[in-house]
Structures are given as C-alpha cells and as structure tokens.
Design a protein around this ligand. Structure first.
Ligand SMILES: [Mg+2]
Length: 470
C-alpha cells in the first residue's frame, strides 16, 4: 500500500521535475547544492498550520510542499515519511513500529502531515518542539516514532541543501568507521559455533550470542528455528499471520543453560572476541543479578535488556551484584526513561533507536546526557529499523564522541531494492557514505509491488499458561 496525503500538488501539470529525481540526481559532497531558497515563486500553501505570527505558512523554496506516508512490505512492513519542499528537495524519515505499523501511519497522515504543509523545512528544532509540545499527550512509541520520522526527514533535507552527508552537519566524523555487531545463534553448540564462524567470515568482529534452551520449544533470536508458518525465524520474529504466535519460556532453565554456552564459546573462540547477549526483558531483578554474576568469567561486552524496561529501579539491584556491563533502552522513547539510569550510572550502553525515540534531535540529546557519565551508545539496529532509520543511526554514530557499538542486521534483498543505500560494511566497520543527506533513495516502483501485510510479534507463556514478557 502506498498512501499519500495530502494529494501531491500539481507539479506534474506544471512540468516541474519530479522531486524524487532531485534525490537521485543530488550532487555529491562538495558539488553543486540546491540554490538558496527563493521567495515568491512557490505556490501558496493549501492549508494553514498555526494561528500565531510565528507559525505563519512559509512561501519560500524551503517551505514543505508535501509529506507522504509510504507503506511497503518488501521483506517486512516499513513505514516511511517523505517530505518534499517547494524547491523539490526530498527528505526521508523512518516511522516503522514493529507489529503496530498502521497506528503511526494514522498519527502521521491524520494528525501531523496537515501541520507540516507550509512550514520551513530548515526549522528542525522548532518543528520538533512544536510536534512534541502541541500534542499535549507526550511520549509513547507511536508519538515518538511519528516525530522521529519528521525530524529525520528534515535533517535529510537540510543536509541535501548543504550538499553534505548528514554527519557533517552533526559535527563531522569522530572516527573512521563504526564497529558493528552481528547476530549469531544456534539450536545447539555446533550450530552456534558455525553461526559465529559465518559471521566472522562476513567481517563481523563483535558477535551477539543467542542459544536455544533445553526444554523450551522456541526461544527469541534463534535463526534456524521454524515458525508456526513453517518459515525460518531468521532474524525476523514478526510473522505475517492473523494472530500472534505463542512461544514458551522457562527462566530457571535459561539461567542454568546460558553460562555453560558462554563457557563453551570462550573455550572455542578465545578471550578476545567481543560477545554480547540479549535477555529480552525476561528476568526479575534478582534473576538478572545472578545471570550477570554467572557470566562475569566470560567477559561479555554487554548483557542487554536483562529486566523489563519500565522499572528503572530494577537496574540498581542488578548493578549492586555484578560487573557485567549492562545495556538497555530499545523500547524507551524519551530521555526521561533514562533519567535514573544515567544519573546513577546504572547502565553502560544506551540502546535507543533513532526511529523510536524522536529522531536525531532527541537521541543526540540523550547521548550527550549519557556522555557526562561515561555511558556510551549502542543504537538499536534490527531489521525492523528501515534502511532510512539505519542511515540516520550511522550518521549519528560517526559524529558523536561517546560511540560504543552499532547493532547491524543486514536487510533482505527486496528491502535493499526498495531503499537504495550508500552505506558500506568493510571488515566489521560500517560507514554511512558521503552522498548528500542520509544517502537513501526510496524507489516507489519497487515498493508498490509489496503492499502492507498484517504481522505480529510472538508472545510468551510459561508452562502453566501464564503470559510472560517476550
Ligand atoms: Mg534487544
């Protein structure tokens, strides 16, 4: 499904160039940038977006002419916002909220897009504050994914006007490459070892390790498991089925098994390989404390999401018991979710995604706050972060000082056809490339071949039938 709102202005009738061509033909860094916006030559905005003197619709070339909410499902569902200025400069933003995609489509199309028409695309900070504060109902994943999409699209536009890759506008590169970690997994040790070796052959120098647990039928993150539809679980737990798949869970079995797995991995691969693990919010604080202690001999890079994320105080108990580094935050959506965690130094890595936490503007602030406490970035990068969201993460990764590591799950072939990208992955290090803006082009013709399909993440039940955190 490709939806557009409002209808595209009559640019085709006027013979104007398709703004998507402007993206495709955008100059390389240092080349010719779009000219300074001119006033008076753009069509008047069709709708007002505010009533005060500071909210008057703009009539310059950088005024927003259209904002389209694009939905496609090449390998999975993606929601993309495309903002076009009167000059025809185009910016993209990712608004994908895994398993709840259409809620953000509605939030954007029905409530945000009418506010954007006529606004000056260069006013990124003002637009962010306007969308956050004028809604009154703040925070939450739907709201913040929608604001993120607008914010990233406007950064993309600003960098295209400048003729620079976005990271240059964020302060320039602080490093030459972005260390990435890949996802290895296995149903047993031989399969896990093969998966780790495969990721090393792909170039990864840091590896997340997830493993099946004896007695549990399906466990999050195990690629070779089969889903209820018979397809491979393979990096994509959201399944295109009418109801969520039910999985099972047993925390005690997991706590008994996991240290033995890491002992075997360290024995096989030696002490130097950075290893990560994701607990996926399934433990109580005291269970997480025990796991952190039990894993200390294996020198993890981090233990991620060990407890449910809502309770920041839980991490205080975990911290009192273990020196295993802790990472959390992929389901957070504002700086307030980190307030206690950062101020009391209860975590070591911030896991938020650009897409789910209000965009580059907001995540930069969270990371600057974290930097004062020697807490580093570990930006969320699963396949449900679209190539647009990933590109935004890579530009931020390159620019900030307190970079830690970047999660990287390569997208499928069809996704790469819809989103043409300019990033590179070389010997374990990502780089966003030097194309102007984010460096991503959305191909409508390919996207239109893959309409939205309902999909759900699975959920967990314990052996007695109790619903458990997935
Ligand atoms: Mg995670």
């Amino acid at each position: 499904m490709t939806s557009q709102h409002p209808p595209t202005p009559a640019r085709d009738e006027a013979g104007a160039a398709d703004p998507r061509d402007v993206v495709a033909d955008a100059p390389v860094a240092g080349g010719e940038a779009p000219t300074t916006p001119t006033s008076g030559d753009a069509a008047a905005p069709t709708e007002p977006h505010g009533t005060g003197p500071h909210s008057a619709p703009q009539r310059s070339g950088s005024a927003i002419r259209s904002a389209e909410v694009l939905v496609s499902s090449p390998d999975r569902n993606f929601v993309t916002l495309r903002v076009t200025t009167e000059d025809g400069v185009v910016g993209l933003g990712d608004a994908t909220l895994n398993g709840r995609e259409l809620s953000v489509v509605s939030y954007l199309r029905d409530h945000v897009v009418p506010l954007l028409i006529g606004r000056d695309a260069h006013r990124i900070e003002d637009t962010w504050q306007f969308l956050y504060r004028s809604a009154y109902w703040r925070r939450g994943p739907v709201t913040m994914a929608a604001i993120a999409a607008v914010d990233v699209a406007l950064w993309d536009i600003k960098a295209r006007y400048a003729g620079m890759p976005l990271y240059q506008l964020l302060g320039g590169a602080s490093r030459t490459g972005i260390m990435a970690y890949g996802h290895a997994s296995g149903r047993d040790l031989p399969e896990l070892f093969d998966s780790i070796r495969h990721h090393q052959e792909l170039g990864f120098r840091s590896i997340r390790v997830q493993t099946a647990v004896p007695g549990i039928d399906k466990v999050y993150g195990i690629a070779a498991q089969h889903t209820s539809t018979g397809s491979r679980y393979d990096y994509e737990p959201a399944q295109r089925i009418p109801l969520p798949a039910e999985e099972d869970w047993d925390t005690r079995a997991y706590l008994r098994h996991l240290p033995r797995v890491f002992e075997a991995v360290r024995h096989e691969f030696g002490p130097e390989l950075p290893l990560l693990h994701d607990g996926h919010h399934r433990m109580t604080p005291i269970q997480a404390a025990r796991l952190g202690k039990d894993l200390e001999p294996y020198d993890l890079f981090w233990l991620e999401d060990c407890t449910p994320a809502e309770n920041q105080d839980a991490l205080r108990l975990v911290r009192q018991h273990t020196t295993t580094p802790l990472a959390i935050g992929e389901v957070f959506n504002t700086v307030w979710d980190y307030q206690t965690l950062v101020r009391e130094q209860l975590v070591d890595y911030v896991r938020s995604a650009v897409t789910h936490t209000g965009g580059i503007t907001a995540l930069r602030r969270i990371l600057d706050f974290a930097a004062q406490y020697q807490i580093k970035s570990g930006i969320h990068g699963p396949t449900d972060i679209s190539p647009v969201g990933m590109a935004a993460a890579l530009h931020l990764d390159l620019a900030i000082h307190n970079f830690g590591i970047q999660e990287y799950m390569p997208h499928g072939r069809l996704t790469d056809e819809v989103f043409r990208q300019s990033f590179t992955f070389t010997e374990g290090f990502l780089h966003p490339g030097d194309a102007p803006g984010l460096g991503v082009v959305y191909d409508d013709a390919v996207a239109d071949r893959f309409p939205y399909q309902p999909a759900y993440l699975p959920f967990n039940r314990l052996k007695d039938g109790t619903v458990h955190d997935w």
